[in-house]
Design a protein. Sequence first.
Length: 719
Amino acid sequence: MNAAVRRRLIAVRWLGAWLRHGGFGLLAAAVPLCALAQAAGNSDRATWIVDPKEPGPDAPPVGRSLFDHLFVGQGDGGTGHRLPFPFDKLLQAIERRLEPDGASMRTVLIPLGRSLQRSAAAPDFFRFPRVVTAVTGHPRAGTGTDAGMLLKDRLYIGYQEKAAVLEVISYNEAAARFEFQVVKDYRAGATPHVTYARRAVCVACHQNGAPLFARPLWDETNANAQVAGQLSVYGREFHRLIVRTGVETPYAIDAATDRANLYSATQLLWQRGCGERDAAAARCRAAALQLALRFLVGGQQGVDVTSDAYTKILAPTLAIEGRRLWPAGLKVPNPDVPNRIPLATPNDRDDADAVAAPFEPLVPRPPLEVWPADAEHGRRLAAGIAEFIAATDVQRIDAHLRRADAPRSVHRAECTVSVRRDAVPPRIGFRCGSPGVARLAGRLYLRGERVTHGDVDRLGLGSEPDAVGLTVAGGTARAWQANFRVRRGAFEGRTARGERIESIAVRWSGTDDGRGAAAVVVRDDVALLDAAVDRLAQSTTNGKTDALALLPFQRARIMPAFFEALGLGKLDWCCLDARAMPAIMLEDAGAPAPTQPVAGVSAGIQDFLRFCGACHRSADAFPPNWLHGDAHEIEARVRQCAPRIAFRLDMWRMDAMERAKTPMPPVHALPMLGRTEMQWREGDDLARLRAAIKSLGVDVRAAGGNYEKLQPCLAGRGV
């Protein structure tokens, strides 16, 4: 068979796997895929925002995870984690911290997934599905001095009941990174053991250093009717979670992971994009904070890119620093893995937990996109900072501003007004506009002389962008004039730049259709916000505070300083102080180093310790721990696992499109081993590993069959 024919047959095989495991779900994301292809072609010289080749230390360099802040010392004097059991009680403990809107936490069931625990429930996958929960809502409105705990998009928990394991990803603002933790022995009557995980193992799949999730249509989850149907055989609920759910649930988790994926970009631009320790850097961060606060108070209608703070400070500073630091641009990591249909037919249980190579999270993912070094970094930073400020913070700021006696101004415009008294209900439509003064359009609905409700489709003043989506909160309509107020959600309406809209009046002639005029009254209370941020920048420059210094953006450090500058009272903020917490526990704490030689082990097996020990020399069964134990145990486990090891090593002889499984060690692990891909593929190290396996009586060439049918690495476990 010639090479061209062979490549075509391999392509057909990949296409078959792609279609069988959810290829059409990928078509739903065709535009992102095109963007990925373009990004991959333009990213060679760009800088990764998060580089999977540099996972960082397992223990937090500073601070602690939000999971620790949630569950350490609750009722036990601060001596350790206290985790409610069973799992539904753990979720309830988290929910009590969140807005009670029914959408603050989202949970899916994944019986056949791609996590390290994918085989833990075998063969009872649908009796013991993995549960994945994400916090997607804001803190519960605080009472007294409690500022609330910002968990939104920052806490993710995977629970495998059969293994009694929780896998936790939660944010650490002090270290500006997500932490990976494992809870073992999470079962009735046991004491759960909480450790920080081996980060190199986690980042092999979580190449963005953050949570990941599948693209639509999320067919591995119980949003897939076929999956839900098989789960329903074992009950209508799992852990008090209803089996049947719509796609809005996994969509919310997917959206949360997409937002979380950009935290690293925000922290990079905040710390380095603004410069370092001079007054100009503090002014740049002040401009970003000011724009973020206006964006939030104004109803998240877009960052004001026409303001002086943006055009004169933030955008030019970030463009200059970006060209200096990242001249070829920034590569945005990818939090998405392809959609995968786990079962081809309802009765297909053979190799149920097998994952075809195109869908394996270990496959290196190209950047989501490449950001060029330009003024757009300014908008990205301001919008990103807004994700680090809780809705409860915005509510307190808005209430404080509304109480202020701020300067008042009136903006007028000519209108066309249409009155329909015979409609049900009667309504008034208006469209107003005077260049450079005011723009206004919408409709009011009446009951007698009372304005009951309505919409303002757009409202703009001067050169500022239009505010959209305002609703009418009530008013009156008599004697050819309507006076009304507007709102945005729970807040009084504001312009795109954040000024409070005090009232609107629309008047018209005595006819039902004709010309009229409008007057919009606003209070510039956000000027108080700007002044407070300016004071914060000055205090940072004078060394009185570190709020805008060269440190990660931390809500619990920056917002108290801003509240003080604004004149708001003191609150209790989480989560800054970790000094009273118990010592950090690491996974495999006290175990020999993964690369440490073992007496009595052959030279060939010592090579495996060096190149594979970071993942496979562990007390855990996932990933398979065939390098764990003493010399006798290691030799026996390597021999047991040899067929699968041979298969994975053999993948290095093939092009990426030819591989039935991902090669081992993973591609992005090679730099941590001091090797490039070419050096590994063509060098002596790989050859020695293959020879060592062959010396055990395993023919590498004979291992080219069905990987899932090969002898498992762990006897009796199927992995």
